[in-house]
Design a binder for this molecule. Structure first.
Ligand code: ACO
Length: 344
């Protein structure tokens, strides 16, 4: 059975920086830099320009990862794209990415399968587990895994939405999961879900149980109430469950690999809130600060993209090197969660 290792990483964030002060001054949101930094650690985030969507952000990150792996797009056997902000309700953005990478026409047309993963902040780890299994089974040699989000189009950027809208930003991260006979790669992963909390963090927009799924006015235009249009979050419930579930998930992968936190060189946690990660690292796991990477200060929460962006940045800065043992964990809407151990 081949091992499944990460042969290349890439990331892309749109150029427009939106600081906490800009949320107040340009969008008129009743908030302060201090409030946001104190509770979340976020100082700024990126917003994509009008007309730019998740497939486009994903393409930039994917091309970087493919090049870093020494491959060309036609070498990819499958696309797995995690997002909660697909360009359209359907089809998913994975097919758009395949088309953008030139896999649907000309000499490079391979028409590879494209799977969209809908597991929000845990989407990257769900995708990584899926890709690693496909590679280890021998079914695939190289799988492109991307987390990509365009949150800025779907945030209530008014004072009404301030609790949620100050948290999120746009961006994409990508990795190539490849087969190898070398003794390295994704060692273990664990995933979990608890649908009892589906409505504690959700953006409904419509309800497919209703007829029609979005109420209409006399002209046939859809009417969406703000309570359905924008994301709802029970913040404290999310915080508490995030710490507990990420710790449990990490402990499961540690014990099945006979590891302790001391064996790990780098911890790469989902970037939901700096305070969640600091609490988990310091109070629950006892991890020294220098083993933890965070970038939420600069990008906010990019949901499915946070972990692959962090991996790509850490690799480029030299913080993440060949031979290191990496532990990663995420928690998000669903609730869903997961953890993985990777020998880099
Ligand atoms: N600026 C200023 N005031 C604000 C803002 C804001 N951006 N947002 C909320 N407030 C106000 C509220 O209106 C409330 O005012 P009130 O007391 O007059 O009603 C007050 O601040 C406290 O609001 P809470 O929602 O209780 O704030 P809390 O201290 O719980 O912090 C936060 C909110 C940071 C979201 C916190 O609940 C949290 O960290 N939750 C974890 C969830 C999280 O980080 N989710 C990220 C996305 S999900 C994921 O990726 C897993």
């Amino acid at each position: 059975m081949p091992n499944a290792y990460i042969s290349g990483t890439g990331f892309y964030v749109p150029p427009r920086v939106v600081t906490n002060d800009m949320l107040r001054e340009e969008y008129g949101i009743d908030t302060t830099h201090e409030w946001i930094v104190e509770r979340t650690g976020i100082e700024e985030r990126r917003f994509a320009a009008e007309g730019v969507g998740t497939g486009e952000l994903a393409e930039h990150a994917a091309r970087q990862a493919i090049e870093a792996a020494g491959l060309e797009p036609k070498d990819i056997g499958m696309i797995v794209l995690a997002t909660l902000s697909p360009d359209f309700a359907f089809p998913g953005s994975g097919v758009l990415l395949g088309q953008r990478l030139g896999l649907c026409e000309g000499d490079g047309a391979t028409f590879v399968p494209a799977l969209d993963v809908r597991n929000q902040c845990s989407g990257f780890l769900y995708s990584l587990g899926t890709a690693a299994s496909l590679v280890q089974s021998g079914a695939m040699k190289h799988v492109l895994v991307v987390g990509s989000e365009t949150h800025s189009a779907a945030l209530d950027l008014t004072s009404r939405g301030r609790t949620v809208s100050c948290l999120f930003g746009d961006g994409a991260g990508a990795v190539i999961v490849s087969a190898t006979d070398e003794d390295r790669g994704v060692r273990k992963w664990h995933l979990g879900a608890d649908g009892r909390y589906a409505e504690a963090l959700c953006q409904k927009v419509w309800d497919m149980r209703q007829r029609p799924f979005i109420p209409q006015d006399e002209q046939g235009r859809g009417i969406v109430d703000p309570s359905l249009m924008w994301a709802n979050m029970e913040g404290r419930k999310v915080f508490k469950n995030a710490v507990q579930r990420m710790a449990e998930s990490l402990m499961r992968v540690f014990s099945s690999e006979n590891l302790t936190v001391n064996d790990v060189d780098l911890f790469v946690f989902h970037q939901a809130n700096l305070r969640i990660n600091q609490y988990l690292a310091k109070e629950v796991l006892g991890i020294p600060e220098d083993k933890l990477v965070n970038n939420i200060m600069r990008y906010g929460n990019t949901t499915a993209a946070t972990i692959p962006i962090l991996l790509a940045e850490a690799e480029r800065s030299g913080r993440l090197k060949r031979g290191m043992k990496v532990a990663t964990a995420a928690f998000g809407s669903g609730f869903t969660w997961g953890a993985a151990i990777i020998d880099w």
